[in-house]
Design a protein around this ligand. Structure first.
Ligand SMILES: NC(=O)c1ccc[n+]([C@@H]2O[C@H](COP(=O)([O-])OP(=O)(O)OC[C@H]3O[C@@H](n4cnc5c(N)ncnc54)[C@H](OP(=O)(O)O)[C@@H]3O)[C@@H](O)[C@H]2O)c1
Length: 266
């Protein structure tokens, strides 16, 4: 007997957080039907359901088994396995199950489903902020050739940049993403607190922050590094460290980063 062909004619979103909202809206924009949204909080599921014009539930057991359906788990990393286990009853040869986590291996789903994979959008998402989804790199991975092909085709409809990335590559990408996004954002926060503690506006630093990001769009960060540590200006570094004595944790960060930069450009 011929195996049913794997397709993603419609989507069920399991999770209505930041990623659920953005992926859901992009699917709708591209005319891909979202059948149902699940969230533990009924109001959240219903809010996204209204936006996407589909049903909503707060019960995992109420998620229907649909033919040719892609189930996208956009729940937080720590509960992907638990949620997958709870919906393993949905497994069928013409259904595909993916998570959207950069840090979670694909194997957490292969344990429960015939076809599974990862659909990791490499961008930072917040519900209340628009994102140009066509420019979001989609890192996809399928447990088998059919799953990979379905995810690749879907990815191409949603974004201009789709790449097949295996578990190890994705975990390294995720570490790198933490450096370029989460850590740099934390450093922006330190800058903001430092100026605001002296009644200065963070707006004074915003153009610098923008130029820092823009100039590495076509140059390498190595080429673009500036600052006292890059120039080995010891007296400036000493003055900064003295000022930071009132902020011991930030002082440690300043010292560590300066040491790394100095050693790199020795
Ligand atoms: N945000 C990003 O920038 C980003 C980017 C790329 C990939 N990702 C990945 O995408 C996934 C979702 O991230 P997110 O930012 O959308 O997270 P989020 O906004 O915090 O939403 C997480 C979702 O997980 C659900 N959840 C939490 N605990 C649960 C449980 N015990 N059982 C069932 N559902 C539970 C929440 O449901 P309730 O609403 O009911 O609490 C919510 O719908 C994660 O794997 C993350 O690593 C995130």
């Amino acid at each position: 007997m011929q195996q049913p062909e794997l397709k993603a004619d419609e989507v069920v979103l399991v999770g209505a957080g930041n990623v659920g909202w953005h992926v859901g809206q992009r699917l709708k924009e591209k005319g891909i039907r979202v059948n149902l949204v699940y969230s533990r909080q009924k109001a959240k599921a219903e809010a996204l359901g209204r936006l996407l014009g589909c049903a909503a539930t707060n019960l995992l057991t109420a998620i229907p088994g649909l033919n040719n359906c892609l189930y996208i788990l956009t729940v937080k990393d720590d509960v992907i396995t638990e949620v997958a286990e709870s919906i393993r009853f949905l497994d069928a040869p013409n259904r595909l199950f993916v998570h959207t986590s950069g840090a979670t291996p694909s194997s957490v789903l292969t344990a429960y489903f015939s076809h599974s994979g990862v659909f990791y959008p490499l961008q930072t998402f917040s519900i209340d902020r628009q994102v140009n989804f066509s420019r979001v790199p989609l890192c996809i991975y399928g447990s088998d050739q059919e799953a990979t092909s379905v995810l690749f085709d879907l990815g191409k409809q949603l974004s201009d940049q789709v790449a097949i990335i295996d578990d190890h590559q994705r975990s390294v990408l995720h570490v790198a993403a933490v450096f370029v996004n989460n850590f740099s954002n934390y450093l922006f926060g330190i800058g903001k607190d430092l100026v605001e503690n002296k009644q200065l506006s963070f707006d004074l630093l915003r153009p610098l922050l923008m130029e820092t990001a823009e100039k590495i769009m076509d140059r390498s960060p190595d080429e673009m590094q500036t600052g006292p540590a890059r120039r080995h200006d010891q007296s400036t570094i000493a003055t900064h460290l003295e000022y930071l004595e009132r902020y011991p944790e930030w002082r440690k960060i300043y010292q560590l980063l300066s040491k790394n930069i100095e050693e790199k450009y020795a």
